[in-house]
Design a protein around this ligand. Structure first.
Ligand code: MLT
Length: 265
C-alpha cells in the first residue's frame, strides 16, 4: 500500500535507480522496451500511477503533486535513496512536481515529450468536458482519439499495442488525472532553480506536445542536454527504443555515474 492505495510497480535489477513515470492514459508497460534494455545494468522502477494500469483508482481529482507524493512514498517503501526520475508527458509534469518538492531525492531528471506550462483556459475547459464524458461513457472515445496520434509512423502492430497500453486505465483514474492536469500550475518560472543534471528528449514528429516545448525546457534548465529523435512521435521511447535507450545510457555515463578510477600505474 502506498499512501493508503494499492499501487502496482516493477522493481528489477541493481545499480543506479531509474524511476520511469508513464504518460496519460498509459501504464508502466509503456516502458517495457526500456526495462528489457536497462534492468541488467540499473535498478529499473516503474509504477502505474494511481488509476492507471493495475493501480487502484482515486476518487475526485489527482494533482501532479499528489502523484509526486505517491512516487516519493513508493521510493521510501523500497528504501531507494536519490534516484533518476524519467517522466514522459504527464509523467514529466509529475517529475517536475517531484523535482520542485523533493530536490534532495533526485540524482537526475529526464523529461520526455513534456512541458512546464499549464493549460490555456480553452484547453482546461476541454479537459474538464472530457473528464465528464469519460466518467459517464468510458474510455473508448478518448482512446480512439489519442492512440493514433501517439506515434509518428504507423509501424505494423503499433496502433494495437498503444491501444492496449491505454485500455488498462480506470475511468475514475482518467477523470482524476484530467481534472488534475487542467488545474496544474505553470512551473516555467521555477525551472531556473533546478540544479540537478537534466536530459530532455522529444520526437521531432510529436503532434501532442511539440518539440519546441522541449527546446524551451532546455533553454531554462541550467545543466540540461536536449536530444530530438527524428521520425518519432509523442511516445518516443516506445517508437524509437534503440535511439532513446542509447541517449539515456550515454547521458547517465556522462552525468550520473561516478568517474571510473583511472589506473595511474
Ligand atoms: C500525456 O501524454 O501524458 C498527455 O497527452 C499530456 C497532456 O495531455 O497534457
Amino acid at each position: 500500500m502506498i499512501n493508503q492505495t494499492r499501487m502496482a510497480y516493477d522493481d528489477a535489477g541493481k545499480g543506479v535507480p531509474l524511476v520511469f513515470l508513464h504518460g496519460f492514459p498509459l501504464c508502466r508497460t509503456a516502458w517495457r522496451k526500456q526495462k528489457l534494455a536497462l534492468e541488467s545494468t540499473f535498478r529499473f522502477i516503474a509504477p502505474d500511477l494511481r488509476g492507471f494500469g493495475e493501480s487502484e483508482a482515486p476518487q475526485g481529482k489527482m494533482t501532479m503533486r499528489h502523484y509526486a507524493d505517491d512516487v516519493r512514498a513508493l521510493l521510501q517503501k523500497l528504501d531507494v535513496g536519490p534516484a533518476v526520475l524519467v517522466g514522459h508527458s504527464m509523467g514529466g509534469y509529475v517529475a517536475l512536481a517531484f523535482a520542485l518538492a523533493y530536490p534532495n531525492f533526485l540524482l537526475g531528471l529526464v523529461l520526455v515529450g513534456t512541458r512546464s506550462g499549464n493549460d490555456a483556459p480553452d484547453i482546461a475547459a476541454t479537459r474538464k468536458a472530457t473528464a465528464t464524458k469519460v466518467k459517464t461513457g468510458g474510455l473508448q472515445e478518448l482512446i480512439d482519439l489519442m492512440a493514433p496520434r501517439m506515434i509518428a509512423e504507423q509501424h505494423p502492430g503499433f496502433p494495437e499495442q498503444v491501444r492496449n497500453l491505454m485500455a488498462r486505465a480506470n475511468p475514475e483514474g482518467v477523470t482524476a488525472a484530467l481534472l488534475g492536469m487542467a488545474e496544474r500550475p505553470d512551473v516555467t518560472g521555477q525551472l531556473s532553480g533546478i540544479t540537478t543534471p537534466t536530459l530532455i528528449i522529444a520526437g521531432d514528429g510529436d503532434v501532442i506536445i511539440p518539440p519546441e516545448e522541449s527546446q524551451s525546457l532546455s533553454d531554462q534548465i541550467q545543466d540540461s542536454q536536449l536530444n530530438i529523435i527524428s521520425r518519432a512521435g509523442h511516445l518516443v521511447a516506445f517508437e524509437k527504443p534503440e535511439e532513446f535507450n542509447q541517449i539515456l545510457k550515454d547521458w547517465i555515463a556522462l552525468k550520473i555515474l561516478p568517474p571510473q578510477n583511472t589506473n595511474l600505474h
